[in-house]
Ligand binder design. Structure first.
Ligand code: PHE
Length: 333
């Protein structure tokens, strides 16, 4: 009994001294496992008298119970200490400022193109697109620009090598020819897209640029419809107080033709007119070449440079800024 007293206080002291869960488990094996002194004492029970056996049995049970109480308490302490240590090392500092990832946005030209299309879609136009590598038939022939017409040279056409009669379209007007050869009036379409001309690069010229072409063909369409449409467009894009002015001009595919200017008031009190687009009444030759009866239908068309609108709206002085992809410039819009 004395030995057991001694073993118990040693075991309980060892439990208190264990400083990790693994160490605590070793203490348990050493104090109460199969090879422990406790087990050895228990093995002597068979040699005892029933009374002695009963007394020893009770004492050993008391040992085991006391050990278990101390063991559970220590295990609880060590487990919560281990958890606290883990939380400490895995701690997240929620006050660290987040790294900012700037959101992407459409390029200025895309934004302006969408605004322009929105204006026309709001008036009931459909959007139509066509290929950038275009046949001479659509880019020129159906638009009343004959083989040796000076316009073919004036437009500084880029021809596609190795193909007969394929060009990079010099304007988006071939899309109106594509629409008219496949649809009967009433037609109201806008055709956005890239266009190409062999121009030298400077502050106002780029060999790659983009246009929105508009086409309306129906019965009884007049120049007044064209003017009203372009006035509404200009006021939506540039301001409700704008006026427009049509100056006589020439395009092979429209008759009469006009250059259209929009009025501006400068910050310095100066005012004047800025050219924004070309337009006109669709030439009857174009209507009949595309399979539309010019006796019954008439129409108007216009072509607007998207770069020009973007530059006027946002005071961009050099067209190259629109193609440089300088993030500092683009972030302004
Ligand atoms: N296609 C002409 C150009 O690129 C613009 C235009 C379109 C003019 C439609 C009149 C009618 O210059």
């Amino acid at each position: 009994m004395k030995d057991i007293e001694q073993l118990q206080s040693e075991a309980i002291a060892a439990v208190a001294a264990a400083d990790t869960l693994d160490a605590l488990d070793e203490v348990r094996v050493r104090a109460t496992g199969k090879k422990s002194e406790l087990a050895a004492i228990q093995a002597t029970m068979r040699e005892l008298t029933p009374d002695e056996r009963k007394a020893l049995g009770q004492r050993l049970n008391a040992f085991r119970e006391a050990f278990q109480v101390a063991f559970d308490e220590r295990r609880g302490q060590l487990a919560s200490a281990a958890l606290r240590a883990r939380l400490e090392t895995e701690r997240l500092d929620l006050t660290v400022p987040p790294r900012r990832v700037p959101p992407g946005r459409p390029h200025l030209l895309t934004q302006v193109e969408h605004e322009m299309l929105d204006v026309f879609v709001g008036m009931g136009y459909q959007v139509a697109e066509g290929p950038e590598a275009e046949s001479g038939t659509y880019n020129f022939d159906l638009l009343n620009i004959e083989k040796h017409h000076p316009a073919r040279q004036e437009m500084d056409t880029i021809y596609v090598d190795g193909f007969d009669d394929v060009v990079l379209r010099t304007h988006t007007s071939p899309v109106q020819a594509r629409v008219m050869t496949t649809q009967q009036p009433p037609i109201a379409v806008v055709c956005p897209g890239r266009t190409y001309r062999a121009d030298a690069v400077d502050a106002t010229h780029s060999p790659v640029f983009s246009q929105v072409e508009g086409l309306v063909v129906a019965e009884g369409i007049t120049m007044a419809d064209l003017r009203g449409t372009l006035l509404a467009f200009s006021r939506r894009m540039f301001g409700a107080d704008r006026e427009i002015r049509l100056r006589p001009s020439f395009f092979p595919f429209t008759e009469p033709s006009a250059e259209v200017d929009v009025s501006f008031e400068g910050a310095a009190g100066n005012h004047g007119w800025l050219e924004i687009l070309g337009a006109g009444m669709v030439d009857p030759n174009v209507l009949s070449a595309c399979g539309i009866d010019p006796e019954r239908y008439s129409g108007f068309a216009f072509g607007i440079g998207i770069e020009r609108v973007a530059m006027l709206r946002h005071q961009v002085r050099d067209i190259r800024e629109l193609f440089d992809a300088d993030a500092r410039f683009l972030a302004r819009f």
